[in-house]
Write a new protein. Sequence first.
Length: 168
Amino acid sequence: MTKAIIILGSSRGKGETWHAIHEVIGNQSSIPLIDLNDLSISPYDYEHSNQNDDYIPLIEKLVAYDLIVLATPVYWYTMSAQMKIFIDRLSDLLEIRKDLGRKLRGKKIFILASFSTSLPKGFEDAFSQTCDYMGMEYLGCSFIYRGMDPALLETKANQIALAKNVMV
Ligand SMILES: Cc1cc2nc3c(=O)[nH]c(=O)nc-3n(C[C@H](O)[C@H](O)[C@H](O)COP(=O)(O)O)c2cc1C
């Protein structure tokens, strides 16, 4: 059985993205969820003066899982700042912790994005190309609509089913 973990990167812990996650996994799920807001992870630093923050311990935890689900709201057509910092810090794993970077090879990555206005163009490119570069397997993205537009609400069932198929 696939061992999955969810990383939530939003400007609020129990906001729409959190609800979108639970629309997929339900309320009784045993899939662990890590909220990046609970950790101290600072932006990428060329000097690596932040190497003792919570990023490396987080990655050490993640390498025990086969599937890493990155859950982010769409903010201005792209991922949240919290998620971007998480992605930027992958550079640490190519520079000062190559051993750990190698352990990410072959991991499956799925994206869960919540949005409320319109589907962003090119949103997946940064994730899929990052996976290619890191030797991880990109499984795709579910865009979970959290607004009230009837036309977009019609997309929800399919998007939730897509995510369930990968995660549950
Ligand atoms: C700063 C900001 C930028 C946003 N930009 C977009 C956008 O480009 N496209 C969109 O559909 N929704 C956009 N939204 C709406 C959020 O994607 C949506 O409400 C999301 O479900 C919020 O999740 P959260 O509660 O976890 O932040 C934006 C919201 C914020 C706060």
